[in-house]
Structure formats: C-alpha cells, structure tokens
Design a protein around this ligand. Structure first.
Ligand SMILES: [Zn+2]
Ligand SMILES: [Zn+2]
Length: 259
C-alpha cells in the first residue's frame, strides 16, 4: 500500500496575486481570506518527504506559514517569474540541510534561470552565501522517481511556451496551460484529483478560461478537480464556487487535500 499524498495549496493566485497592488477592485478589497491568493505553488508531502511544485515570489511566506523545516526537491513547471522568483529563498534549506536543494526542470527552464540567476549558477568566484542547487534534468518527458513515487511529466502549451504539469499517482497538477494534446490528456486519465488553471471568464492568450478549464475537466473526468492560478477578474471565491459543477472547486490558499 503506497502512502497517501498530502497536498497543501500554498498559493492559488495569478502572477500579480490577489489583492493586486493598488487595486480597488471589490475582489481585491474582499475581507474573505479565500479571496487572498499568493502566487501558485503546491506542497506535496508523504512519509517524511516535502516537495513543492514551483517556487514563486511568495515562497518564503509560504514556507513560514506552513512551518516547513526541510525541502526534498522543487519541481518547476516553467521559468516565468511567478513560478521561479523565490529561488533565492531556498537558502535556509541549503544551510539547514548542509548542501544542495534538488530541482527538477527542463533544459529551457534552466537556460532561463542561468541568465536570471547567474550568481547562483556561476562556478567561479561564487558568493559563499548564494543558494546551491542540484540540477536534475527532465528530458523527453521521461518519468522519474521522488521519495519512492513515480512522477510523470505532462506536456502542455502556455501559448507558445512549452510547460510541464506533473502526475504523481492519483494526483495531477497542471498550471499555466492554454492547450494540451490528446496524447498528453491520455496520460492524465484515471487521475483522482486534477488541479488545473482557470484565470478568469474572458479569453486569454496563454491561460485557460473558466469554461475551457471545465471542458478539460469534462474530458479527463477526475473524481474531483480544483481550479488555481486565479485572477481577481474571476470574481469572489464564494460566488464562483457556488456555480461550479459538484466535483469542481476553486482552490484557495491553505486548502489541504489527501489523495
Ligand atoms: Zn503563472
Ligand atoms: Zn506562466
């Protein structure tokens, strides 16, 4: 019997988070904690392992709020800042664990990080306090193992940018998806829980809208689906939640589920 996966939604907001700085939009002014959304990330825990998918600008806050004392690896979906800008804040884990924090990503993502975080990846005269990363390369969507569980990378497109989703057992996490091929959808079928991005109702060039996300959920037919990477334009949490199909929910920061 494989151990269950305990999932915590660390952040469920789109790139600017909610509230948006300076915004007077009613959702940004909402007093409901479910309308406050940090940038997207999830924590996956089983046995004594802690993994996060993405490491955005709210990573430090998310680690503190959830009292995370060690980190086994970071799985990256793509290089956009709302998914990677928190990399410098892995330093406490490097210091506590006495070495590298492992990352899993594709080559194009590392190439972007080499430019953006040159000081982390330089080999000569590296600043002694800089983060230390062990690079695990995901190639050709080849599955890999973490903590005794198989992880299957799922290819999706974020407009023209290829991104990765991840399936671990009965849990599949897709974010920043606009399109996904039928063959990749086949890899997700049978998943118990599907997390997928749903930005807002109006069309967007690189993100699924609410209705597009619901169409994908209808094709995959998971037992339950959770929507993430949410913009304030989608509306108040409670109002949107009330009109979703029975097996579909809006994720919110701090939501915990078990698969
Ligand atoms: Zn994003
Ligand atoms: Zn993105």
């Amino acid at each position: 019997m494989k151990s269950p996966i305990f999932i915590t939604f660390l952040g469920t907001g789109t790139s600017q988070g909610i509230p948006v700085i300076g915004s007077d939009h009613p959702v940004c002014l909402s007093k409901n904690p479910k309308d406050k959304r940090l940038r997207v990330s999830v924590l996956l825990q089983w046995d004594d392992f802690n993994y996060v998918i993405d490491c955005g600008p709210d990573f430090r806050t998310q680690m503190l709020l959830n009292n995370i004392k060690h980190l086994d690896a970071v799985l990256l979906t793509h290089d956009h800042s709302d998914h990677t800008a928190g990399i410098d804040d892995i330093r406490p884990f490097c210091f506590r664990q006495g070495g590298d924090v492992t990352f899993y990503a594709e080559q194009n993502v590392y190439n972007a990080l080499y430019k953006r975080f040159e000081y982390i990846f330089v080999t000569e005269n590296k600043y002694p306090g800089a983060p230390t990363i062990k690079e695990e390369l995901i190639e050709n969507l080849t599955p890999f193992n973490i903590g005794g569980k198989k992880v299957t990378p799922i290819r999706a497109m974020h407009n023209v940018l290829p991104v990765l989703g991840y399936r671990v057992g009965g849990f599949t996490y897709l974010t920043d998806v606009k399109t996904i091929s039928d063959s990749e959808i086949e890899k997700i079928k049978g998943t118990k829980v599907l997390v997928v991005n749903a930005l807002r109702e109006e069309p967007h060039v690189s993100h699924l809208t609410l209705s597009e996300a619901l169409e994908l959920i209808e094709i995959v037919k998971p037992e339950k689906a959770y929507l993430t990477h949410i913009s304030h334009w989608l509306g108040f949490h409670d109002e949107v939640e009330a009109r979703l199909p029975e097996n579909v929910h809006l994720a919110y920061d701090g939501l915990k589920i078990e698969v």
